[in-house]
Design a protein around this ligand. Structure first.
Ligand SMILES: [Zn+2]
Length: 448
């Protein structure tokens, strides 16, 4: 399984290299000097992805048959770091709403604020500016599309928890008479199809095409306003989803609908790195990172073919206090989570239906349990809450891999910034997260 993954990746890299070579020699590619301003901007937020995650992922993907620890696709695009703290009323540690508002609007605000400053005034976002400038706009995320990060680019609300109000504003708010986002892909049936209002039907009336499965999405004609919702709330975890690379599928589809002569602004969010961090679930964290890397690989190929595009990737904060090597032991063993057939969440439901729980766990984990671990697993009972059963499984994996966690919440460390394509050099150095929005505003320019 692990070997197949490496083979698959080298094949993809080979294709990427060939793709680059073709775009240089292709006769239609007359752009020898890059334009100073990108036509298209793709902002990627990996929610919760502090530096421990990017390092852990590099080690998780390492080919142990070579001495070198191979770089990830992300590594080649590192340009700097960003400070994540919110407005002083919320202390030093940000939530995803305040940090997304900082990344989207260039304003430090209180934790929980969606597109508002500390005084609850609406602040313009880069996505909204792009819309005013006649570009197409979109979001492609693995959370519900009304979750903090995408909401902060599109909407304004005093609380990130007002999901229904935020969904309403996706439809009701207008810029020059038009809806703010042309493409919205992610989860969220619970908020769009309600007893009091069916926003899916209303979006269809406005001319949006709609898909509620990946297959349907891929069958839709390109270049049209599109709403795609694929789950009640967030999408399934990468480890459990019918397509473990669902974010790259959504991103590719979004680009297909957004491309036009005026250019586009797209927000992509790997939303569930953060959720895995909150759950202290190392296997899911690596699964989400793998989907992110696949998405960045796709965007690299896109920029090779469309050099008038800028891609910026950062995190909004780190989550969980992830530690590579815990409790004074200088060992980290990610090889034990490379072959997981399902997440510990799914396992916690299935395991109580098994005759032999240890045998089942060995099958899903992909390694043999020792006696202590078998004993540990035998402590799982159907009386326990699913969350407690999940805890038993996570503890086993943390001990096997020697992974540590310090919190079920966020931490205040600086996060990495990656950029490539036209204008990437502007994002180098140690920035404030608000600088990222300010730089994108200056690239976009003012409305005449
Ligand atoms: Zn979070």
């Amino acid at each position: 399984m692990a070997i197949n993954k490496f083979v698959a990746i080298s094949l993809v890299s080979a294709v990427a290299v060939l793709g680059t070579a073709c775009s240089v020699t292709a006769p239609q590619d007359s752009i020898t000097v890059k334009p100073s301003k990108p036509k298209n901007i793709i902002m990627v937020v990996a929610d919760g992805m502090g530096p421990a995650y990017t390092t852990a992922y590099r080690l998780y993907k390492n080919d142990p048959t070579t001495d070198e620890i191979e770089p990830t696709v992300l590594d080649q695009f590192l340009v700097g770091t960003a400070r994540t703290y919110p407005a002083s009323v919320s202390g030093y540690v940000t939530d995803s709403a305040a940090s997304a508002t900082a990344l989207a609007a260039g304003v430090k605000t209180y934790n929980g604020a969606i597109g508002l400053d500390v005084d609850k005034n609406r602040v313009e976002t880069v996505l909204q500016r792009a819309k005013k400038l006649g570009k197409r706009t979109g979001v492609a995320v693995t959370s519900q599309i009304v979750h903090a990060t995408p909401a902060s680019y599109i909407a304004h609300n005093e609380s990130r928890r007002n999901y229904n109000q935020i969904a309403d504003s996706f439809l009701d708010d207008r810029i020059d008479g038009k809806n703010i986002a042309d493409v919205m892909l992610g989860g969220g049936w619970d908020y769009f199809i309600r007893d009091d209002r069916n926003l899916v039907a209303e979006f269809k009336d406005l001319g949006y095409q709609y898909a509620d499965s990946y297959t349907e999405l891929l069958a839709l004609p390109s270049g049209k306003p599109t709403l795609g919702l694929f789950a009640d709330m967030g999408l399934s975890k990468a480890l459990d989803d019918s397509n473990p690379h669902r974010l790259s599928v959504l991103t590719e589809s979004a680009i297909g609908h957004l491309e036009n002569t005026n250019g586009f602004f797209l927000l992509v969010e790997a939303s569930q790195v953060d959720w895995a961090g909150h759950a202290n679930d190392i296997a899911s964290a690596m699964g989400e990172m793998e989907d992110l890397e696949q998405t960045i690989k796709l965007l690299k190929n896109y920029v090779d073919m469309h050099p008038d595009t800028l891609v910026v990737l950062t995190a909004d904060h780190s989550t969980g206090g992830l530690t590579i090597g815990a409790d004074g032991d200088y060992r980290w063993s990610p090889e034990f989570i490379q072959n997981m057939k399902a997440s510990v969440t799914v396992m916690s439901e299935q395991i109580i239906e098994q005759e032999d729980m240890a045998l089942y766990a060995e099958d899903i984990f992909g390694f043999e349990l020792n006696d202590e671990e078998k004993n540990h697993i035998s402590g799982i009972t159907s009386d326990m809450k699913p969350r407690e059963r999940e805890g038993v499984l996570k503890l086993l994996l943390d001990k096997r891999t020697n992974t540590g966690w310090t919190t079920s919440g966020h931490t205040g460390v600086d996060v990495e910034v990656y950029a490539f394509g036209t204008g990437a050099e502007a994002f180098a150095g140690n920035l404030n997260n608000t600088d990222i929005a300010k730089k994108i505003f200056s690239i976009l320019g003012d409305v005449e």
